[in-house]
Design a protein around this ligand. Structure first.
Ligand code: SF4
Length: 389
């Protein structure tokens, strides 16, 4: 490669991650002092760096959780108002050719498999729109034939009239496929790296497409280059022993994406491991108090990033975390394909903890002074469309 070609190549997140002193930051997250925490809290919003984030994730900051919660709450209300954006996952398939040790859909598990036909996708979506949802997340295992880009494009095309915002959480695709999906109307792509630790990644992703760590890591960049408007990233807490290191890598990733794709909305999520058919037991489960601290630290470190909370978490914890930085939440979820019309006819990916209906969840939000937002997007309002006027 010529020197000119090297200079013209965009700096990728892989480049940044390799250059980042993540072990040093993780060490700071273990050893930061009360003075470091004070300095991080005192820094003005939007000016905290990853060293501040590490201090906010430390044991010393755990002793100041009330102060973190207060600062995170005020910042969230200032940036996002008292709103929570609601969405629902719509599982279209649990077929998968990859083997991830922690997942209930892994290839070799003997579970009831199902890929929805298009009318079944439409029926599921109809049940969700009847409940108010206007943002759906199409979710599937990784099976390139059963859930191809063409199949996903057909699903999106089918639902577009009823559902203004459709995101996907599926296999990671190449640039041409993301262009096809964006053209079909896909406006969001969710790709959890699961773990940013190389050795852990290799240990838990045993076979299949998902074993390609760098291809996955660069997925959000390919999607944004293709015109996708929303990017979701995250780490699955419980895979790697150091949740603070995973949090710092995720925050570094979010900061990179915001900087490089400034027109794109970025959300982060830190799902915690739940029981599944895999039987996987996290060696180092993350406790509720640590999880609350992580939510506050994420809000303070990346003020403009949405924070997503799923029904994996218990109702009481979900309600408590709302005021600390959460901006997006699912409700009434099923994690098996076809589960809204025909519950338990196929294997779920993982067990959920919050079984409240979307209406009950929305009522809880209103009772706490928050507005549930069912629809926040119309293609007619996109920047590209407005520039055409
Ligand atoms: S995490 Fe995804 S790729 Fe891995 S087994 Fe589960 S569905 Fe398949």
């Amino acid at each position: 490669m010529s020197a000119a070609a090297v200079h013209s190549r965009a700096v990728t997140f892989r480049d940044e991650l390799d250059a980042l002193d993540l072990p040093g930051l993780a060490e700071h997250a273990r050893t930061a002092t009360a003075t470091d925490v004070d300095a991080a809290l005192a820094r003005s919003d939007g000016h905290r760096d990853l060293t501040d984030a590490a201090a906010l994730l430390s044991d010393a900051a755990s002793n100041r959780l009330e102060d973190l919660a207060q600062a995170a709450h005020e910042l969230t209300v200032r940036r996002f108002g008292r709103t929570v954006h609601l969405f629902a996952p719509l599982y279209v398939s649990n077929e998968c050719l990859s083997t991830c040790t922690y997942c209930g859909f892994a290839k070799n598990l003997e579970i009831r498999r199902r890929t929805l036909l298009l009318p079944e996708v439409q029926r599921e979506a109809g049940l969700l729109t009847q409940q108010g949802f206007r943002h759906l997340l199409l979710v599937s295992g990784e099976h390139i034939k059963a859930v191809s880009p063409a199949y996903l494009a057909s699903c999106i095309d089918l639902l577009q009239g009823e559902v203004p915002s459709i995101s996907i959480e599926t296999q990671v695709w190449d640039a041409d496929d993301y262009a096809l999906l964006a053209e079909a109307g896909c406006d969001g792509v969710v790709i959890y790296q699961e773990t940013y630790d190389h050795d852990t990644y290799r240990a838990v992703h045993v076979a299949g497409m998902k074993r390609h760590e760098d291809f996955r890591l660069a997925g959000p960049e390919r999607a944004a280059d293709a015109g996708v408007r929303r990017l979701g990233i995250g780490a699955l807490l419980g895979l790697h022993h150091d949740w603070r290191a995973e949090a710092l890598a995720t925050l570094a990733h979010a900061r990179y994406l915001i900087r490089r794709f400034w027109r794109t909305e970025v959300t982060v999520s830190f799902p915690r491991m739940r029981p599944s058919a895999s039987g996987f037991q996290p060696a180092n489960p993350v406790g509720d108090r640590d999880f609350a601290q992580l939510t506050c630290a994420a809000r303070l470190a990346v003020p403009d990033v949405g924070i997503v909370l799923s029904t994996r978490e218990e109702p009481a914890l979900r309600d408590g975390l709302l005021g600390l930085g959460v901006t997006h939440a699912s409700a009434g979820s099923h994690t098996e394909p076809g589960g809204y019309a025909e519950p338990e006819q196929a294997q779920e990916q993982f067990a959920i903890s919050d079984h409240r209906s979307p209406a009950a969840f929305a009522a809880m939000l209103r009772a706490r002074g928050y507005d549930p937002v069912w629809k926040d997007w119309s293609a007619a309002l996109s920047l590209a469309e407005l520039e055409r006027l």
